[in-house]
Unconditional design. Structure first.
Length: 69
């Protein structure tokens, strides 16, 4: 049986915002299901997503400037 998390638990584990967790479910990057009136996220799919992000390195985007001393 698969282990399911609430979206709020997924936020705590991942450090992502709730809207981003929902976006990942809609994009099918992590597995989610509707349970009653709330959404749940597969713990396994979230862990695999986080692991793949770690393997790809830092997030894209502007990097902070370093002061030259």
């Amino acid at each position: 049986m698969e282990d399911w998390l609430t979206t709020y638990e997924a936020v705590q584990i991942s450090g992502y915002e709730l809207d981003y967790i929902r976006k990942l479910v809609r994009a099918k990057k992590i597995t989610g299901r509707k349970w009653g009136q709330s959404w749940q996220v597969s713990r396994k799919s979230l862990q695999e997503f986080l692991k793949s992000r770690d393997q790809h390195g830092e997030k894209r985007g502007r990097k902070p400037k370093r002061n030259k001393a």
